[in-house]
Design a protein around this ligand. Structure first.
Ligand SMILES: Nc1ncnc2c1ncn2[C@@H]1O[C@H](COP(=O)(O)OP(=O)(O)OP(=O)(O)O)[C@@H](O)[C@H]1O
Length: 744
């Protein structure tokens, strides 16, 4: 580009981008108008008339929300296609697709097939793209353009040398963090894009070192899948599982900003409806509870609640003597178990068999030969007898998952009975805990397993079945209606699927999203599941997740070198063969976009020195600051941390900073550190322990006492690696004790 050329190009793009915003305004106005007209118009006062009005209302509201969500960076790229017959076409790529009134495409949605070349094209394989241009905007103003020539035949040397594609990426990487993850649609890299657009079926495992974009890529993939396979997955929704509530808050803006709402965000502790597990747990207990052998222990434990009878029990009903014999109970139990149904459902068979026998006994005692009606009367009498009910319940009690597990874990006798020959005695002892203990993360997959073994409460399941049949018929009607509405809605109709629309006027209303309904329903099955920090998932958690997505359409991202949980993975094969044998595929991400080279190298060295096999990480940039290692006198951490944070703030004014401490120290140290800082700075500082730091990032990070972090657990070096790789700019390490090898 000659002097003045960038300005000319910016002006040129400003004209185009200005036109796109004008179109956006126009579309917003139309949608708002349609909505207003609709709301003013008289409603045909029939259920169908009201349903139709509600459907259109939902449609225009959704359209308006989407159009409003793309105000920032509406358009971020341009492709100049290689000339065909002397004509070169320009295509603009943005966060939303737009056409003019003649259906001429003005802007291509980043998820559309036509946009793939924008991310995939390289000089070696230009994919029909001659030039790729990144367009930087602030508000509605174009602030820069950045070109990459992919097919340079016909360009002079001057032009060739003056272009680079790095600008947009570099400015994104060095930008100050805001505490919220941002979408990266403008700078998605080719290896990342290939993951985003991979086919939906099977389990896609993305292994990558820290900062390689696993999280952000997985979220873009969810948005892509919802866009591309809307009819198939919009109604069932997508479940995104992330390590902690803080992490979920960090990523929650990314998906709506990509335009998706059919997504449920959850921590592993929230996967069992009604329980929010956060109690502490010792690593050795985590390891046992996460082990697959627990599935057998729980199966045994549930069977142990289906009791045999040692000696006959005499029952009396209004003076008539009946006998519950060991033989009768054994028979009934055998039949109930043979059904193969869960405990609560099989109980129906048990009860029926016992009652049939007792009814015969009662008839004999009263010397009657009952017809059907009398038989039912006798049976009703038996059902109402407190004695009979108690004896039946003693043998085969209806159970609830939470009640059952709480009792089991606080009963050494029950545990020993269920786990003998399955777990080692020391493992069994480790599981025992006092009654009333809070639920822990490791309990959640066990609760889910138990819920499967126990089944639904039968009285309600009969009711549910009837309600479900009625609902299915209603649904079919609603769907057909939705299709008719969409056909007549024209362009606005492409924003929402018939399934979603049917949901809207099925009475669930615009506020009850797929995500909200999925959250409360343990048996909900999702169209796709994204699991972040997957290395932490125990085999028992995998079983839970597999139930949530029978199709096994999953995106699983993680880093084996960051495994902190005692029940976590050290090999993907081991983890996935049990869940999706032959139906999983491994992809790798290789470039660290977060941590500068100056920081990632010593972190990797530390890991290798500790004997953890790890690939040398490639950093997208070198960074400006080498890690600062500060020896502090005993327990002077707080003062040293406050000092480091003030330095950081001077270098990176207005930044977001973190202090990462050994497990359990964040509370006390946090209070001390924050008390020493000016309120304005303290507001921008997070103090967290290594567990809570998973998946997060900050402009600068102060790591407190590496030796203590390493000692904190069997996988302490992995924890330290996580801590060291959180900063995007600068790292300070405070230590009173010797530093681990590799880091010094
Ligand atoms: N193509 C890209 N363009 C701009 N920023 C990117 C790109 N890829 C990744 N990033 C940024 O790099 C940072 C790290 O990404 P992310 O948190 O997804 O990594 P991760 O692999 O999940 O890391 P970790 O395993 O350490 O949690 C984020 O700020 C993300 O926005």
């Amino acid at each position: 580009m000659g002097a003045g050329e960038p300005e000319r190009q910016i002006a040129l793009e400003q004209a185009v981008v200005g036109g796109l915003y004008a179109r956006l305004d126009e579309l917003r106005e139309r949608a708002a108008d349609s909505l207003e007209r609709l709301r003013r118009a008289p409603v045909v006062p029939t259920p169908a008339g009201r349903a139709e009005r509600d459907a259109f209302d939902a449609l225009y509201t959704e359209r308006l929300t989407t159009l409003r969500a793309v105000e920032e960076r509406l358009c971020f790229g341009r492709m100049d296609m290689a000339a065909v017959d002397g004509v070169s076409e320009r295509r603009y790529v943005g966060r939303l697709g737009m056409s003019d009134d003649d259906q001429l495409q003005l802007l291509i949605d980043w998820r559309a097939p036509a946009a793939a070349a924008f991310y995939q094209a390289t000089a070696a394989a230009p994919n029909g793209v001659a030039r790729r241009r990144q367009i930087a905007t602030r508000g509605r103003s174009v602030t820069g353009v950045d070109d990459e020539i992919l097919d340079d035949s016909g360009l002079d040397d001057d032009t060739r040398q003056s272009v680079t594609g790095e600008g947009a990426l570099m400015s994104a990487l060095t930008a100050r963090r805001t505490g919220q993850m941002r979408d990266i649609v403008a700078t998605l890299q080719a290896e990342q894009d290939a993951i985003v657009r991979a086919p939906m079926s099977g389990v896609l495992v993305v292994q990558g070192g820290p900062g390689t974009g696993k999280t952000v890529v997985a979220l873009h993939r969810a948005a892509y899948l919802l866009y591309t396979y809307r009819e198939r997955i919009a109604r069932s929704g997508v479940l995104v599982v992330g390590p902690s509530p803080v992490f979920l808050r960090y990523i929650e803006q990314v998906l709506p900003s990509l335009g998706e709402t059919g997504v449920l965000l959850s921590t592993p502790g929230q996967l069992f409806p009604g329980v929010d597990a956060s109690g502490p747990e010792r690593p050795e207990v985590v390891a046992v509870k996460g082990d697959l052998r627990m599935a057998r222990v729980l199966r045994n434990a549930v069977r142990d609640r289906q009791l045999a009878l040692d000696a006959p029990v005499k029952l009396s009903l209004d003076g008539d003597g009946l006998t519950l014999s060991p033989r009768l109970v054994a028979d009934a139990r055998g039949r109930a178990r043979q059904t193969g149904r869960p405990h609560n459902e099989a109980r129906t068979t048990f009860v029926r068999h016992v009652l049939d026998d007792l009814t015969r006994q009662l008839a004999r005692a009263r010397r009657i030969d009952p017809d059907e009606e009398t038989r039912l009367e006798l049976q009703a009498e038996l059902r109402e007898s407190v004695d009979v009910r108690r004896e039946i319940n003693l043998r085969w009690m209806p159970l609830s998952a939470t009640g059952f597990l709480a009792t089991l874990l606080s009963s050494p006798t029950r545990l020993r009975a269920a786990a003998a020959g399955v777990l080692k005695p020391a493992e069994i002892d480790a599981l025992v805990r006092p009654p009333g203990s809070p639920w822990t993360l490791a309990d959640v997959p066990l609760l889910d397993e138990v819920a499967e073994l126990i089944g639904a409460d039968v009285t309600s399941s009969v009711r549910d079945a009837r309600a479900a049949a009625a609902a299915a018929a209603e649904r079919q009607e609603a769907l057909e209606h939705a299709r008719r509405v969409l056909e007549s809605a024209g362009e606005a109709g492409s924003m929402i699927s018939a399934e979603q629309l049917a949901d809207r006027f099925a009475g669930s209303g615009p506020t009850m999203t797929v995500a909200e309904r999925a959250r409360d329903d343990r048996t909900w099955t999702f169209g796709h599941v994204v699991l972040d920090e997957a290395q932490e998932a125990s085999p028992m958690l995998w079983r839970l997740l597999a139930r949530r997505v029978p199709s096994r359409s999953m995106t699983v991202v993680g880093d084996l070198a960051q495994t902190g949980s005692a029940a976590g993975a050290s090999s993907w094969e081991e983890m996935l063969d049990g869940v999706a044998r032959d139906r999983w595929e491994l992809r790798e991400l290789s470039v660290n976009y977060r941590t500068p080279g100056l920081i990632i190298r010593p972190a990797t060295e530390m890991l290798r020195a500790a004997g953890v096999p790890v690939r040398p990480a490639r950093a997208a940039r070198e960074g400006e600051w080498a890690p600062v290692l500060v020896a502090v006198p005993d327990a002077g951490y707080a003062q040293a941390a406050a000092h480091a944070l003030r330095d950081d703030d001077a270098l990176l004014p207005g930044g977001r900073f973190a202090v990462v401490t050994p497990r359990g120290l964040d509370g006390s140290l946090g209070a001390e550190v924050l008390a020493q800082l000016a309120p304005e700075l303290a507001e921008r500082v997070s103090v967290l322990d290594v567990d809570a730091a998973k998946g997060l990032e900050y402009d600068t990070v102060v790591v407190v006492e590496p030796a203590a972090i390493v000692e904190g657990s069997a996988r302490g070096v992995n924890d330290l690696y996580v801590a060291l790789t959180r900063p995007t700019q600068r790292l300070t390490v405070l230590h009173a004790r010797p530093l681990p090898p590799g880091l010094a």
